[in-house]
Design a protein around this ligand. Sequence first.
Ligand SMILES: C[S@@+](CC[C@H](N)C(=O)[O-])C[C@H]1O[C@@H](n2cnc3c(N)ncnc32)[C@H](O)[C@@H]1O
Length: 313
Amino acid sequence: MTAPHTPVLLDEVIQALAPGPGDVIVDATFGAGGYTRAILDRGAIVHAFDRDPDAIAAGETWPEARQAPPRLVLHPHRFSRMVAALAEAGVRRVAGVAMDIGVSSMQLDRPERGFAFSADGPLDMTMSQSGPTAANFLNEAPEAEIADVLFHFGEERQSRRVARAIVAARPLSTTRELAEVVRKALGHRPGAPKDPATRSFQAIRIHVNGELDELQNGLNAAEQILAAGGRLAVVSFHSLEDRIVKRFLREATGATARASRHLPEARAASAPTFENLSKAIRPTDAETLRNPRARSATLRVAVRTSAPAREAA
Ligand SMILES: C[S@@+](CC[C@H](N)C(=O)[O-])C[C@H]1O[C@@H](n2cnc3c(N)ncnc32)[C@H](O)[C@@H]1O
């Protein structure tokens, strides 16, 4: 049994969404349902997404998913598909969207999911438990592509060295093998404070799940589905993600014009689609003490205006 996922910045997210009875709220990343639980407890209706069938199956057992009509509707989809999936369920506008990006403790702590460098398991790392795995990528991609992934998504400065070692060690099939190859390539001394495999595992996970494209497309989808006055709350866990959220909200609030392939420059600066952008909200010391995984979390919040959604760039 693994420890359940502890929701991060829960009070801050709920305060930002301010869900009320009958409001329709999207939880784009259901996980163990920590946010959903708190939103349901305030009388709102939740449409929850998760690409992991295990998370959806656990949600289906909740009483709110079984009552008629349900107050919890689960969508086994990527959140980038939220607009079409909600339309199918007859939902065209919502009062709030919460996104809590990344992997859950259930995914990280179960070695058989292949996310953990500190335990042994198959080199899988797919959130959806389908499609190409980390092993497929590492055993088949050209060395230069692996190096690019490690550099861009893991900010691994020695990306070429690590990629060369991975290619030399093929075929790789377990997380332990991969962790050892990376540590050896980087000359890791046992007992050194930070395991150098952290960066490579992060990079490969982001690549295998297309996480940064998903985040960008999910933000665009939230812009389309939120009603005027609706709230967007996004929690991210590292600078690559936060940069995307920050830039999206800066452009959406009109602080900078968004470049568009489709529109001439003068028309690209459209009316702001979001307002009341918060500063970055970080966990309190008490929360990080209680839940070390909250340490790197950043929450950004904004309110949808009545301006039409922008065309996705
Ligand atoms: C950090 S956890 C969410 C935890 C949740 N807030 C809670 O309190 O239990 C992230 C979840 O989002 C899911 N996820 C990540 N990216 C996704 C995407 N693009 N589409 C759908 N689900 C996604 C993961 O499978 C994981 O279950």
